[in-house]
Design a binder for this molecule. Structure first.
Ligand SMILES: Nc1ncnc2c1ncn2[C@@H]1O[C@H](COP(=O)(O)OP(=O)(O)OP(=O)(O)O)[C@@H](O)[C@H]1O
Length: 631
């Protein structure tokens, strides 16, 4: 218990000391609170002070702002004043300068006037001087002329006196001649006397002659023999004359037979024309042929696989092998695209083989039909090579026309051949035979004569083809014009359609027949479909125009194939079809060459061209009529 009390006591002591400590601490804290209170009152005082400072500062700011506003306004007034002053100064200066300029202008005018007067005075002086000089020269010339006249008249007098002298001498000579004449007359009298003497001599000679007659009798025998010979010869000449008469009769018979043969020939020519055109009609009035050009081993590689399944028989088929395709199952297939046309020419074919096929159409043009031969295909597929190279269709066709026209002369035909060469570029016509500087400038007009079904191109140069050489001249002019244009619009020939037109007018003087045919040889612009997004500007316009005109050509052929006679054909939708209106359709014969590049890179374009050609191939166009008149 005691221990517990002790422990309690000790705990009480500890609590007491703790309480004492606490009291101490409270005291310390109270003194700190008092300190803090003092600080807070200090802060309140400072705060009040600051508030009053702030108020002061605000009022100061307001005053400063007002002052600033006043200063700004003053400054604005000052600037306005200065501006006004500056404007006034400027006006003063301008006035001053204007006055000075006027003064200077007046001065320069006065100076110019003075100078002009001086010049005029100088000119007057010079004129006077020249007039004086002229007068002196005139006087000098006059005296020279007078002197010359005097000299000439003296010379004339000398010549006259010389002539008189010569006349006198001639008179004297005439007297001498007269005297000589008298002498000759005397001589003549003497000669007459001599003649009389000679006559006497002659009489004696006649006597001698009668004596010689006796001698003549001896010659009679031989004379008779000679006569017998002459008789014999005379009888021979009669035989000859009979033979001659016989020959003459036979010759007349031969002439008659020849005339009959000629007549028969004429009839046969008419029959040939009929049959030829029947054959052409049976073949159809629109024909399509395909030509695949060879690869150039120096510059081209990777050719496409192109097959010609019937090249040993008909040569009408072509198959293009596409690229290998792998299916989802992993099997590889090769697409092949087969086409057939009236004729397919492989890469080994030559221009002469191609021409053999078209020569019959050229003949039809001479017989009075309108014929149109096109080359269609992408750039570089061989259109120009086939159509207008040195041994291409244009030179060959014209050569055939000359040869044939010459042959037909025997049958009474006389042909006039006239050529035009025009281009359709960006839906405008250009004359390839005109001056190169007129290209894209000179306007050509197309005139159609619906009654005659013929077309004339106004303002275009027409060349009379009176010799085969003229064709090469024409080709050269056209080439030159296009190469000039090429520098302006890059590879012009690929971007324009060129149309070579031959008008063939034949008249038969024997039968009175007349035929008018036209042969159009057309090298179309490259058919490749450029993506519009990849071209722009002038090139885009070209491309749009090419695409438009080629698709219009397709539309026209399509309309001709599907519409009845007299149905609407949209010739007017493009310049090309408008120009060829009477050479496309019922009244004409059309041949389209689709040209194909052999390269793999061009495969897609080749397929597009072949597709277009197939559409044309499947078109049937009505029977052609020839433009022949009798009268
Ligand atoms: N049958 C062929 N035999 C040999 N070479 C050919 C044949 N066809 C075309 N070529 C050659 O191929 C190239 C392209 O031919 P070409 O210029 O005729 O093409 P194009 O279709 O007329 O082109 P563009 O539209 O540019 O005028 C030329 O170098 C030409 O000589």
């Amino acid at each position: 218990m005691e221990r517990e009390l002790d422990a309690f006591k000790q705990s009480m002591e500890r609590d007491t000391s703790d309480a004492t400590n606490l009291k101490e601490e409270i005291k310390t804290l109270q003194s700190r609170v008092a300190e803090l209170e003092a600080i807070r009152s200090q802060i309140t005082a400072i705060n009040d002070e600051l508030k009053s400072d702030l108020r002061d500062a605000k009022s100061y700011m307001a005053t400063a702002n007002m002052e600033l506003e006043t200063t700004r306004r003053n400054h604005t007034f000052e600037v306005d004043d200065m501006r006004r002053k500056y404007r006034n100064d400027m006006e003063d200066l301008q006035e001053k300068y204007r006055k000075e300029a006027d003064k200077l202008r007046r001065q320069s005018e006065e100076a110019a006037d003075k100078q002009r007067k001086e010049f005029e005075a100088q000119i007057d002086k010079l004129l006077k001087m020249h007039a004086d000089e002229l007068e002196t020269v005139q006087k000098k010339l006059k005296s020279q002329v007078e002197e010359e006249q005097g000299r000439r008249s003296r010379e004339a007098q000398a010549i006259e006196s010389e002539f008189k002298l010569k006349l006198q001498n001639a008179g004297l000579e005439a007297d001498t001649k007269e005297r000589e004449n008298q002498l000759v007359k005397g001589e003549l009298t003497n000669t007459k006397a001599e003649l009389d003497r000679e006559r006497g001599v002659k009489t004696s000679l006649q006597h001698q002659l009668s004596e010689a007659a006796a001698l003549n009798l001896t010659l009679d025998a031989s004379n008779k023999a000679m006569k017998a010979k002459i008789d014999f010869l005379e009888s021979d000449s009669q035989a000859q004359s009979e033979a001659f008469n016989d020959l003459h009769r036979r010759m007349e018979e031969a002439i008659e037979a020849a005339e009959a043969a000629n007549e028969k020939l004429r009839q046969e020519e008419a029959l040939r024309r009929r049959l030829h055109n029947q054959v052409q009609e049976l073949k159809g009035n629109i024909r399509v042929m395909c030509r695949v050009r060879p690869t150039n081993p120096d510059t081209e590689n990777n050719p496409a696989t192109i097959l010609y399944p019937d090249s040993n028989t008909d040569s009408k088929e072509v198959t293009i092998m596409g690229q290998d395709k792998k299916s989802a199952m992993g099997t590889v297939t090769t697409a092949n695209y087969a086409y057939s046309f009236d004729r397919v020419f492989g890469p080994k074919s030559q221009n002469n083989e191609v021409f053999e096929e078209i020569s019959q159409l050229v003949q039809s043009a001479l017989d009075g039909y309108n014929v149109c031969i096109f080359c269609y295909g992408q750039t570089g597929s061989g259109k120009t090579f086939t159509m207008s190279s040195e041994d291409g269709m244009i030179p060959r066709a014209t050569r055939q026309i000359y040869a044939e026209a010459e042959r037909l002369e025997e049958k009474g035909w006389r042909y006039q051949i006239e050529g035009n060469f025009v281009e359709v570029y960006n839906e405008t016509y250009n004359d390839l035979l005109g001056r190169s500087e007129d290209l894209d400038k000179k306007k050509l007009e197309i005139r159609h004569d619906s009654a005659k079904k013929s077309t004339t191109i106004e303002n275009a140069v027409s060349v009379l083809l009176d010799s085969p050489d003229r064709v090469s001249e024409i080709m050269r002019t056209a080439d030159k014009n296009r190469s000039v244009a090429a520098t302006r619009a890059n590879s012009r020939s690929s971007r324009s359609h060129s149309v070579f037109i031959l008008k063939l007018v034949g008249v038969n003087s024997v039968t009175g027949e007349r035929s008018e045919g036209t042969l159009n040889l057309v090298d179309l612009a490259g058919s490749e479909r450029l993506e519009h997004s990849k071209v722009e500007g002038a090139r885009l316009k070209e491309t749009q125009n090419i695409n438009k005109s080629l698709s219009c050509l397709g539309d026209v052929i399509n309309a001709l194939g599907s519409s009845k006679e007299g149905g609407h054909v949209p010739y007017r939708n493009s310049k090309l079809t408008y120009l060829l209106q009477y050479s496309l359709g019922g009244n004409s014969k059309t041949l389209m060459f689709v040209m194909v590049s052999p390269l793999q890179a061009h495969l897609q374009e080749s397929l597009t061209s072949l597709k277009f050609a197939t559409k044309v191939y499947n078109t049937h166009i009505g029977t052609a009529k020839k433009q022949t008149k009798t009268g």
